[in-house]
Structure formats: structure tokens, C-alpha cells
Write a new protein. Sequence first.
Length: 343
Amino acid sequence: MIYLEEKKYFSVILIIVACVTLATIFLMNKPQILLFVFVAGFIITGFFGAFFIRKVYKKAIKTEQYLDQVISNEGELSIPSKTEKDSIFANIIEELKELEKIRLSQESEKNRELLWQKNLMSDISHQIKTPLATLEIYTDIFNKEFGENEEKKELSEHALEAIERIRWLVTGMLQIAKLESGTYKMEKKESPVKETIDRALYSLNSLISEKKIKVHIEERKEENRDIIISQDSKWLEEAFINILKNAIEFSSDEGSVDIFITDTPMAVSVEVKDYGEGISEEEIPKIFNRFYKVAGQREKHKDSVGIGLNLSKEIVKAHNGIITAESRRGENSYTSIYTTFLR
């Protein structure tokens, strides 16, 4: 559909063409005048045509810029409040304005929901911490009072473990809520990724010693220098602790865990590979879901609450990264979790 403004320019061009055609009919026997009419008509038509194309091109560029803003979702659209009437571009811009209103409304609603979720989790966390601390103190007292009664001591130790699981669940959920709401700002700086992994392994030293796990780290790089990424090292350390803890727990005693850090011009990739029972193909996409536990492992790891890998996913995402997994069951089974950080 051509709007009135575009019709105006087409009409002028058509009138010029019609005049040239009529002049041709009446001036067939006067070649010099006919040539002049042709040249003049060609110049005038070219002038109006170029003017029209230039005007349309400018509007098309502006409309493209508005569309880029909509697609990239970057801030509020800088759409002019006034546009030419009866223009196809004016119609497109009006539609973009309506689309922008809808987007801003949805974004505002989403931000309100995320903030409410964060505040709720924060309130729950603070409300639970005090009774948990009280329970822990009383359970510890009972544990000492039971003395040589091994059965009662075992029950109190189980109670302490349950309290610790609840504390970890609350803390983990609060961290996830912070990341999902976007209210927490990462304090990133350039630093070696291996140092972060080393600190995560140090935190897990007792578990590694208990299961007698051999941990091997290999840096795959072309130059003899540290592999650097932009990171909030405290948060990323938490992500690697969860990933490594998962690999260690699912490894058999005296097993091994391999860590490969690969440096490429486009990204840095960290692979954590264990050689446990593996994960079925249909379960791989679910392991990063909140509270999900791999079938067959739920009885072995009752103390797991199933939020570690979900928290790791949110932390990696906040570092402009992605987290994926692959696995094989049966003979030569393994599970690899990849974290890839784009440069």
C-alpha cells in the first residue's frame, strides 16, 4: 500500500512522463525540439526521482535504527513524537511506539516480580537463621550430654547435618534470587581462572582427602602465560565449588577428576570431568534445574538439596558464559561439565 506522501511524488513523475509522451506525438516533425523535450524531461524526472529515493532512504535508515533498538532491547526508544502524516514510515513508527509501551510495561512488571522474590527470600533467610542457630546450639548440647550413648549421639549428629542442609538451602536460594533479580552487581576484574579453581579445590580438600580422589589440572594454551578472564572471583569460586563437589561426590573412592582449562581467541573453556556412573541422555538437560537430582543417585546422596548446579548456572550466566554437560553410561562412563566464558 502506498501512502499519500509517496503518491505525490509518483504523480509528479507520471505527469512529466505524460507530458513528454504528448510532446513526442506533436513534435514528430521537429527533431531538434523533440530532442530538447526528451533531455529536459529526462533531467526533471531524474531530479524528482533522486529526491524521492533520497527521502525514502533517510526514512528507511531511521526506521531500521528504531527496529535495531527494539531487537537489542537497549533502553527506551528514541522515536520522534511527530512524524509526517500519511506516510508508510509514520505508520511503522506508530506501531513501534505501541510495541515499546508494551515492552516497557512487561519489563517493569518483571522487575517488580524479581524484586519481590528477592525481598521475600531475604526475609525468609533472616527469619530462619535465628531458629536454626538455636536448634544447632541445643543439638550440640544434647550431643555432649549423651556421652557414651552412641545411638543418641548418632541421632543428634544427623540432626546437625539436617540443620546444615537447611542453612545451605536457604543461603543458596538467597544467592540465586539475587542473581535472577539483577539487583546484585558483579565486581569483576581480570584475573587468572586457574587461581579461582585452586581456591575452590582448597575448600573441598577434606572431601577430596576423605574419598582419596586424584585431581589433575591441565591448561591448554599456546603462550606461556596465565589464562585470564573478567570475573568476580568470589562468585565464580562458588560456581566451581558446586561443580567440583558434584564431580567428587559422583566419583568412586580413589577415583579421579580431570580439569581442562582451554584458551582460545573467542573464549575460555573449563571442563570438569569425573569417571563415575554417568548420566542418561534424557537427564542431561535437567541437571541444571533447581532441586533436580539424577535418578539412581538420590538414595546415595540424600544430603544433596539439588540447587548447587542451578546456582552455578546463574553465576556463569552472569559472567557472560554458558554451562553445558555431556555424559556416557556403561563401559568407560564419564560426565563432563563445561563452563565457557566468551571474551
